[in-house]
Design a protein around this ligand. Sequence first.
Ligand code: SF4
Ligand code: SF4
Length: 338
Amino acid sequence: MGAPTVEFSRQAANVFLHLLTRCNLRCRHCYINPEQHGRKRLPLDRIESWLTVFASRSPGANLVLLGGEPTLHPDLPRVVRCARRLGFASITIDTNGYLFNDILDRVTSAEVNVFSFSLDGATAETNDRIRGKASYEACLNGIRRARAKRFHTSLIYTVSRANLGELPAMGPLLEELGVERFFIQVLGLRGKAAPADGDPDGLEVLQVSPAEWLERVPAAAEAIARRGVRVIYPKVFLNSDEKFECAGLVADNYFVFPNGRVYRCPLCEDYPVHSLEFQGDRLVERPRLNESDFFRLHIAEGCVMDALVQPGHIAGDAGGASEYRIACCLLKEEIPPH
Ligand code: SF4
Ligand code: SF4
């Protein structure tokens, strides 16, 4: 399938700021890990000083505000306005759709570029089994309310064995809702909901195999783009003639947690290997070894962290480790609407 791969941006930085780790939902694949990320809600003055640090380190960065559920933070509108003042190029709020604290009435579409919603099924039955009872209705209502107030919207769908079958049905739903961008994510092994522990309700939220991914995800993405939605999905597998690059070396991304840890790679977030950390309001480099030492290693499997975190990821399913390499998890393919 010929979706163009989006190069890592060498120009624009991206700051993913987790304002808190608390959430009203308990999604089965949630990657938030309070042991590693803390349980704090960042106070406004600390958020403002951390944003100031990034605004001077990477001027014109894109900012993504997330949690936990970021709309549970009572100062979110003030955070948005502070980020605007500091010159961030774009501001996205990632939300599960509950939109607490009347957030849609307290910010404008001139201030927030995108509200990005999360849904993991085209039906309430599938989504609610993964994300919790009534979360489907809440998310759809949230999208409708945001669209009514003329906010731009996108939607994130984390593909697992539990919802791969409903991916094609997302096309009509996105079209009906007027969602402009659709991000397909691959289920990772991060966070407290790593699937190996089994599941009390017998629902297995498991990674799809490479064969399933390659057969079904690009085709579904293409069909959804034909409905006028921009579709972005991770590259995941590289052929032997495709170049491997680690975003940790060539891009400028920061994943910031309320306990002050700052990672350059999301696959590292379950481990205390962050390369930077806030000490008070100062961003300092951490002593080695840390994640930045992994980025420089070259291995046949591609991404070093993937090989460390989930060994056998490719060889187990795809008939031999030589068939594919694992791309950087931040490398995306993008299909424009058509
Ligand atoms: S995945 Fe998002 S919405 Fe779900 S529990 Fe985690 S933080 Fe909350
Ligand atoms: S996912 Fe792999 S390739 Fe991408 S930044 Fe992390 S270590 Fe590098």
